[in-house]
Design a protein around this ligand. Sequence first.
Ligand code: KPL
Length: 314
Amino acid sequence: MMHVVIIGVGAMGCLFGAFLSPLANVTLLGHWPEQLAALSHDRLALIGVDGRSNHYTIQATNDPTAVPPVDLALILVKSHQSEQAAALAKQILAPNGLALTLQNGLGNLEILTAELKPHHTALGTTAQGATMIKPGIVRHAGHGPTYLASTPATAGRLTAVARLFNQAGLTTHLVDNVDGLVWGKLAVNCGINPLTALLGVPNGFLAENEPARHVMMAAARETAVVAQALGVTLPYPDAGQRALEVAQATAANHSSMLQDILRGAPTEIEAICGAVVENGRYAGIPTPVNEKLHQFVINNQRLKIEDLLVAFNL
Ligand code: KPL
């Protein structure tokens, strides 16, 4: 059995933990006291996409010395906690172990490789949606594919990881274009995350509401233009269309940024829209949509549809 530690005990950490726990030796490692308490007193309840609950016994701890050396450290913390997670991964990886980030935003693989040798690191993205209902209870809000970027140094181990994920029911594919993968997901996050957070709506609303859909698609397409200027080939032809498809596939989900705002936690806006604005400046590409979304989130604003019409001249 593969030894897996999931660093991050939020909704996504719990979702992956629940799916992998029947097939691997899984430990959740994190700092959220209420979550750790809930998981130590009771089993994790996962409400499936069909509305039915299943329960999982998963070890959860805040003590890295209690975790045996692991084959896979799956990083599912927020982007501002990446440095800390990389240091933890270094502490607990087995000699041939792999730290795999499935986080949102730019810069996470670079943070891992600053701490670990490149052959111990890997990057993936996931379009799975999960919502934290309360400590100990997570809702699986939508299935979406997971992609893992393999390199010659990691291909063998990532093939085994992909096999495990697929057997567990998490559809996973290996790809070899890491930049395309990360920018491809970034464009979707730029479209969905800030808008859902600002409007306080589930992802599906952006697909249904005309002005919201327009801004979502514009933010995603703007990100694609920056990617293109940097020489990155995206894994799909139209980023706006892709954001729309993900919003539809995860319609019931509260995006991770909306969940962050609702619980008063820091958002990943810098690693998402902030990174696009910065790279746009570097590449000489204007990014007015991402700039506005970035500013609204930084200012902790709440918007109504009428505000969108004014802000984006619709
Ligand atoms: O990555 C996500 C997020 O919420 O951070 C999506 C895919 C948009 C699902 O909500």
